[in-house]
Design a binder for this molecule. Structure first.
Ligand code: ZN
Length: 175
């Protein structure tokens, strides 16, 4: 099982690299990313969150429902974005138990290639659009806390540092 990288970590702040094409190695990675995302009860996961510096993310706005709707986006590019801004409470698998209200545009159109190297275009809004914007940020080294005031961000980062230290200690005890 892939291990999810917790913030703060330099890998989460790096810009990711485009793929020339999707091969079996990437398809296997995507499969493992789905397993890690569903296991962690998440709705989206970007490659840097599992330590891979490539422009790949997955999402499933129905991850917690009966009928799953998984999508893998490779080399995604925003084509258009709404002028209408909406607030929404976001979390992130790299920030367990932290949530914050973030303003973002509602509707978007995005172009990407799928696992089979097919070019796709998706226009969506609401929850799915929100996840896409959050994951796209990850590929550019931007975290949801970067949309907050410095004060709010610093508080969360400080708590995460403490959380990581405690986690490391309990991991060491298990050995
Ligand atoms: Zn995230």
């Amino acid at each position: 099982m892939l291990k999810i990288v917790y913030a703060p970590d330099p890998i989460l702040k790096k810009e990711c690299i485009s793929l020339p094409q999707v091969d079996d190695h990437h398809r296997d990675l995507i499969k493992q990313m789905y397993a890690a995302m569903y296991e962690a009860n998440g709705v989206g996961l970007a490659a840097p969150q599992v330590g891979i510096n490539k422009r790949i993310f997955i999402l499933d706005s129905n991850a917690r429902g009966e009928e799953k709707s998984p999508i893998a986006m490779i080399n995604p590019t925003l084509i258009s974005i709404d002028e209408k801004i909406v607030p929404y409470e976001e979390g992130c698998l790299s920030f367990p138990e932290h949530f914050a209200e973030i303003d973002r545009p509602d509707q978007l159109t995005i172009e990407y290639i799928d696992e089979n190297n097919e070019k796709q275009t998706l226009t969506t809004d609401g929850f799915e659009s929100r996840i896409i914007q959050h994951e796209l940020d990850h590929l550019n080294g931007i975290l949801f806390v970067d949309h907050l005031s410095r004060l709010k961000r610093d508080i969360i980062i400080r708590k995460m540092k403490k959380y990581k230290k405690e986690n490391k200690r309990s991991d060491e005890k298990k050995i």
